[in-house]
Structures are given as structure tokens and as C-alpha cells.
Design a binder for this molecule. Structure first.
Ligand code: NAD
Ligand code: UDP
Length: 450
């Protein structure tokens, strides 16, 4: 009986909640009902929302919440990273990334918050995931800097054969940067939008003069062929864009001057440079075959002699040799009679060209180089003017199959990529001297001969 009574009270009470009009009719006093006359005609839950500006608060809350979620991704890109997280703790850290050599620090489409961290001024561009093979090398590390500054996510793949961790260690701690020790001769699976394929033991010391030069040459060939095949396979599998960094060496000792992309070259297939030259020619062939046969979106850059900070100190290339020799007060070694010519491009110009090529719509190949042509003797004079006018010159025998002249015709890149180099040799050389001085000094300190 007690239970029955209880049940009937509860039921009555529930019914009362559902019909506020009935409730007010039976109850003598209800302050809320009197305060808000519309509560008589509206369902009770709605009336609850409308009372005491609750609805207003809810709407304002929803507005604030949605504004935050819309703006959050943009704000997180604009926010400066914690500078301490970017800086490695190693005591041997040398700020090689500091932009004293980077002309963007002077006139820049990027806003700088100091060091190497910058953001693009134009927000709203889709952020890409990008692999740079050979990204710990000379050219690769500058490319990585610029891609990160643009706001992309970058994965570097490198086996450190000629590259150095120091070239990218200023990005350690940046969540948008990853470094993978891997040999591109082995396959790898990653999910990315673009692949810049630079990995290659590129410097002449490694493919000409090394005591184990045959092995190194073969590594060169193998990297160019197997490495390129693996990266093309990856691009095909995941639908990524693929850019090959080929070389002016595909023209060999050219019979056409300046060299246009239409020139098929004059290469010795059995000489000491062949592994590099033929390796790159094969890499171009594979790239075009994957494009035609498998529909991979590809780009081919033919890079001419490039110089700048972070070049290997003793890689045997002429600019790094002359600059290091002048700083160390050694004679500048000119091979042959010094009348052979090259055209030297500053690394920041090359990086601009590579990115314009990747983002553009044309497969190529494109010559990327500075058409300013110098004999090796003229180069030696510029180095003397820049570093030490008292430096002497020492002539040495030249190497086999050395191209007599080289100069890019860049009209195709100018027209289709809207790209041309901006830094003349006399402006670019001083930009690498501070970096070289620093590293030579550190090397000497390491050896204990201060
Ligand atoms: P680099 O030697 O400084 O960089 C090459 C990078 O590739 C290094 O970090 C090296 O460790 C890495 N690497 C080599 N073999 C590898 C492998 N099997 N797996 C993974 N990583 C590997 O040379 P660079 O001057 O920066 O050249 C970059 C690219 O540009 C190369 O493909 C080169 O052929 C091309 N290129 C450069 C120049 C130039 O003047 N610098 C001229 C023409 C072409
Ligand atoms: N060279 C030179 N002295 C050196 C190193 C190179 O005179 O200490 C010459 C070399 O013989 C060649 C030119 O400089 O004619 C460019 O050589 P590098 O190896 O830099 O580039 P590549 O030959 O691949 O263009």
C-alpha cells in the first residue's frame, strides 16, 4: 500500500514536470513562472534556456568555441617555436644555420623571429609532407631550411656518406622535421606528397681520387641507379611528385656551348668520371620511363657547379678547395693550364630553382646554373680578392676527361619557371667565407693547433 502510494506520487510529480501550465494552475506560488510570462506557453526545457540570459551565454560560448577551432591551425603556424627546443644541447654546436649567408634575411617574403625560424607571410597554403634524400648534404640542407621556413613537414633520408648531421642539427626538436639514417639503395616506405631526390656521393674526391675509387665509383653508380629506382617506386606507390637532381655532367666534355637542354652530350662511357656521368644519365632515363610508363609526376633539374656555406671542406671541388686553401694560407691548386671554364651558382639561387621546378608544371629537364663563366685562373683571382690577395697559385696536372668548358643556357628555366639566378660570384663567395673560417678554426682547435 505504502509502495503504491509512493508510485502514484512519483507519477504525479513526473506528469507535473512535463506540463508546467498544469503545475502553475495547482500551485499557489511560483516566482519563476511569474517572472517570465513566456514560460507558460513554451516547453519547460526551452523556457529554462531562455531564462536569465542563459541562451545568450550559450550562443556566445558556441561563437567563441568555433572561432578558436577555425583559427587554431593558423595560430599554431604563426606562433614562434621555443628557441631552446630548436637548439641542440651539444657543446660543440656551431650555429651553421644562422642566416648571415642567407640573402633572404635582407629582403624577404618571410617574417623572421630570429635564428633560422621564419614563417611564410602568405598564410593559407596547403602544408606538404616532403622527403629530401641527401638532405644532410650541402645542397639538401639548404633546401630543407627553406622548405621548413615555408611551413612544410620535412623528412631527411641520408646515410651520411658525404653529408653531416651538423648541417641539419639546428632543426632537431622541431616537430615538423625528421632525420632518418638510411641508404637509398635499400627500399623504404613513407607517406609523403613530394620527393626531392638528391642522395648521391657527388664530390669528385669521392669518385676520382679516393684510394678505393673503384668501390666508391660503383657506389655512385649504384646509388644513382638503385637509389633512383627505389625513390621512383615509392613515388609511384604513394602518388608523390618526384624531383631528380641531375647534373651538367650529363653533357660530358661538351661540343656545344653554352649547353642547352636539347644537347645530348659528349660523355666518355669508360672513363674515371663515367660512374657519375652515366649514373646520372641512367637516373634521368629511369625518371622519364616512370613518367611515361607509370604516370609518375616527375621533374628533372640539371644542376651546374654550385657553391656556398656547408660545402664539404675537402671534397676536391674547385671552389671549396680554393677557399679552404686561401684561409689556410696554402697555395691555390690550379689543375692543367687553368683555362678550362665553369659557371658558378650560389646555393640559395639553386634552392629557389629546385622549388620553382617542383611547384611548376613542367617536367624538364631544366638547366639550373649561373651563366657567368670563369676560367679557373679567373676564379683563383676572385678568391684572392675576396680572402687573401697575397695567396699564391700552384699548377698541378689536370685529371682525365676534364670538361674544357661549361656554361648553362638557362632560357628555358627563365621562360617556363620564371627563374634566374640573382647572386653573382663576387657577391656569393664572401657569403661562404665566414662559414669556412669557422669550420677550419674548429677543426684546428680539435687537432690542438690553435
Ligand atoms: P653532397 O655530397 O653534399 O650531398 C649528397 C648527400 O647524399 C650527402 O648528405 C650524402 O651523405 C647523401 N648520400 C649519398 N649516398 C647516399 C645513399 N646511398 N643513401 C642516402 N644518402 C646518401 O652533394 P651536394 O653537392 O649537396 O649534391 C646534391 C645533389 O645535387 C647530388 O645529387 C648531386 O649529384 C647534385 N649536383 C650537385 C652539384 C653541385 O655543384 N653541388 C652539381 C651538380 C649536381
Ligand atoms: N680544379 C682546379 N683545382 C682544384 C680543383 C679543381 O683547378 O683544386 C679544376 C678542375 O680540373 C675542373 C674545375 O676546376 O676543371 C672544376 O672542378 P670541380 O671538381 O669543382 O667540378 P667539375 O669538374 O665537376 O665541374
Amino acid at each position: 500500500m505504502k509502495q503504491l502510494h509512493k508510485l502514484s506520487t512519483t507519477t504525479h510529480h513526473r506528469r507535473d514536470e512535463e506540463s508546467p501550465t498544469i503545475l502553475t494552475a495547482h500551485q499557489p506560488y511560483s516566482p519563476k513562472a511569474q517572472k517570465h510570462p513566456y514560460s507558460r506557453s513554451l516547453p519547460r526545457s526551452l523556457s529554462y534556456l531562455l531564462t536569465e540570459q542563459r541562451l545568450l551565454f550559450i550562443i556566445v560560448g558556441i561563437l567563441i568555441g568555433s572561432t578558436f577551432f577555425i583559427l587554431q591551425p593558423t595560430l599554431s603556424r604563426l606562433a614562434p617555436p621555443d628557441p631552446d627546443r630548436r637548439r641542440p644541447s651539444s657543446s660543440s654546436y656551431v650555429p651553421t644555420s644562422v642566416s648571415y649567408w642567407n640573402r633572404e634575411s635582407v629582403s624577404s617574403p618571410y617574417r623572421s623571429w630570429g635564428g633560422s625560424g621564419r614563417v611564410p607571410a602568405g598564410v593559407g597554403r596547403k602544408r606538404s609532407r616532403i622527403v629530401v634524400t641527401g638532405g644532410a648534404g650541402f645542397v639538401g640542407s639548404h633546401l630543407v631550411d627553406k622548405l621548413l621556413r615555408r611551413g612544410d613537414d620535412v623528412i631527411v633520408i641520408d646515410n651520411f656518406f658525404t653529408g653531416r648531421k651538423e648541417n641539419v642539427m639546428h632543426h632537431f626538436g622541431d616537430p615538423r622535421f625528421e632525420l632518418v639514417r638510411h641508404d637509398v639503395v635499400e627500399p623504404i616506405l613513407l607517406e609523403v606528397d613530394q620527393i626531392y631526390h638528391l642522395a648521391c656521393p657527388a664530390s669528385p674526391v669521392h669518385y676520382k681520387y679516393n684510394p678505393v675509387k673503384t668501390i666508391i665509383s660503383l657506389m655512385d653508380y649504384k646509388t644513382n641507379v638503385m637509389g633512383t629506382l627505389n625513390m621512383l617506386g615509392l613515388a609511384k606507390r604513394i602518388g608523390a611528385k618526384f624531383l631528380l637532381t641531375s647534373t651538367s655532367e650529363v653533357y660530358g666534355d661538351p661540343l656545344e656551348h653554352p649547353q642547352k637542354e636539347t644537347y645530348w652530350g659528349h660523355v666518355n662511357p669508360i672513363g674515371v668520371r663515367s660512374c657519375y656521368d652515366e649514373g646520372k644519365r641512367t637516373a634521368e632515363t629511369l625518371t622519364m620511363d616512370y613518367h611515361r610508363g607509370a604516370g609518375v609526376e616527375v621533374r628533372i633539374a640539371r644542376i651546374f657547379n654550385t657553391y656556398g656555406p656547408r660545402m664539404c671542406l675537402d671534397d676536391g671541388r674547385v671552389v671549396s678547395n680554393f677557399v679552404a686553401q686561401a684561409i689556410r694560407k696554402q697555395p691555390l691548386t690550379v689543375y692543367g693550364d687553368g683555362q678550362q671554364t665553369r659557371s658558378f651558382q650560389y646555393v640559395a639561387d639553386l634552392v629557389d630553382g629546385l622549388m620553382a621546378l617542383m611547384e611548376g608544371e613542367h617536367v624538364g629537364p631544366f638547366n639550373l646554373g649561373n651563366p657567368g663563366e670563369f676560367t679557373m685562373l679567373e676564379l683563383a683571382e676572385v678568391v684572392k680578392e675576396t680572402i687573401d690577395s697575397s695567396a699564391t697559385i700552384e699548377f698541378k696536372p689536370n685529371t682525365a676527361d676534364d670538361p674544357h668548358k661549361r656554361k648553362p643556357d638557362i632560357s628555358k628555366a627563365k621562360e617556363l619557371l620564371n627563374w634566374e639566378p640573382k647572386v653573382p660570384l663576387r657577391d656569393g663567395l664572401p657569403l661562404m667565407v665566414a662559414d669556412f673560417r669557422n669550420r677550419i678554426l674548429n677543426e684546428d682547435e680539435g687537432k690542438g693547433n690553435k
